[in-house]
Design a protein around this ligand. Structure first.
Ligand SMILES: Nc1ncnc2c1ncn2[C@@H]1O[C@H](COP(=O)(O)OP(=O)(O)OP(=O)(O)O)[C@@H](O)[C@H]1O
Ligand SMILES: [Mg+2]
Length: 258
């Protein structure tokens, strides 16, 4: 059974898609079989991993509408161990329809449990930054939530909102949702990590596996360039500071969750 990690956080631009794509690709380099699910209508992680044929039956909406079976909607990437379930903008319209029923908030969780191929070690979900249906759906699908934070960008407020959503999902869907930890992104100053420790409080109060990961992802131009090239750092520049950090992060994640 795959471990499902949702990369989430209500604040925009913290690096959820960058972390989702590069964590998935780095785990794949370690020969862990990974499925990246793009749950954001902006389709950033679909595009950044190098997929340009989202739609045509190969996306989340086709699975939701029953047009395509879950396993048939999955697309292969240039990395042998990494597959993607893409998303495009029509996910926005699909979400508007699905959001009229609270029970639909667990549609992706149920689809993963019932129909996802059993060969994956990890399923990584890129959640959109909002308080809306898709964000809740992506979070409710997880075993663990991984939260990228930029310490200088209002991480404390983000954490407060995250806890409210976690409580909502736990209460309404009886899901034992847990925070798997915070990863500092665009973080060139490791001392900023202490700030996160301070606002998050004792880890047992919200069942985090490990509060703040040892690995920090630095700000690195290679990230921007790899996005331009629609190629994860694992293939674009694994020796760049961020490329090496993502390799370490994948190792740390694998150690914690297996
Ligand atoms: N470590 C990094 N080094 C350099 N640039 C970065 C880094 N992480 C993220 N960025 C830049 O920040 C931008 C926002 O990152 P990203 O899109 O991953 O955030 P997000 O949380 O997914 O945003 P959204 O809330 O819109 O989904 C990216 O376009 C990228 O250019
Ligand atoms: Mg994103």
């Amino acid at each position: 059974m795959a471990i499902v990690l949702t990369i989430c956080g209500q604040k925009g631009g913290t690096g959820k898609s960058v972390v989702a794509v590069n964590l998935a690709a780095s785990l794949a380099l370690y020969e862990k079989k990974v499925l990246l699910i793009d749950a954001d209508p902006s389709g950033c992680s679909t595009e950044w991993i190098g997929i340009d044929n989202a739609g045509q039956g190969h996306d989340l909406v086709s699975v939701f509408t029953g047009k395509t079976r879950f396993p048939d909607a999955i697309v292969k990437t240039r990395l042998r161990w990494l597959d993607v379930l893409p998303a495009g903008f029509d996910l926005f319209q699909s979400a508007l329809k699905l959001s009229d029923r609270v029970s639909n908030q667990i549609i992706l969780r149920l689809l993963i449990q019932e129909d996802a191929p059993s060969s994956y070690d990890y399923i990584i979900i890129d959640a959109p930054s909002s308080y809306g249906f898709l964000s809740i759906m992506a979070m409710a699908s997880a075993d663990w939530l991984i939260v990228p934070v930029c310490p200088q960008h209002g991480a404390a407020a983000d954490f407060h909102c995250l806890l409210i959503l976690i409580r909502y999902i736990r209460k309404n869907h009886k899901i034992p949702l847990k925070i798997g930890g915070f990863v500092c992104n665009r973080c060139n100053d490791p001392s900023a990590v202490d700030d996160i420790q301070t606002f998050a409080g004792p880890k047992k109060s919200f069942q985090a596996a490990d509060l703040v990961y040892d690995t920090h992802i630095p700000w690195d131009l290679a990230v921007e360039k790899s996005i331009e090239k629609k190629t994860p750092l694992a293939l674009y520049d694994i020796k760049s500071p961020a490329g090496s950090a993502f390799l370490n992060f994948a190792k740390e994640i694998h150690k914690i969750f297996t």
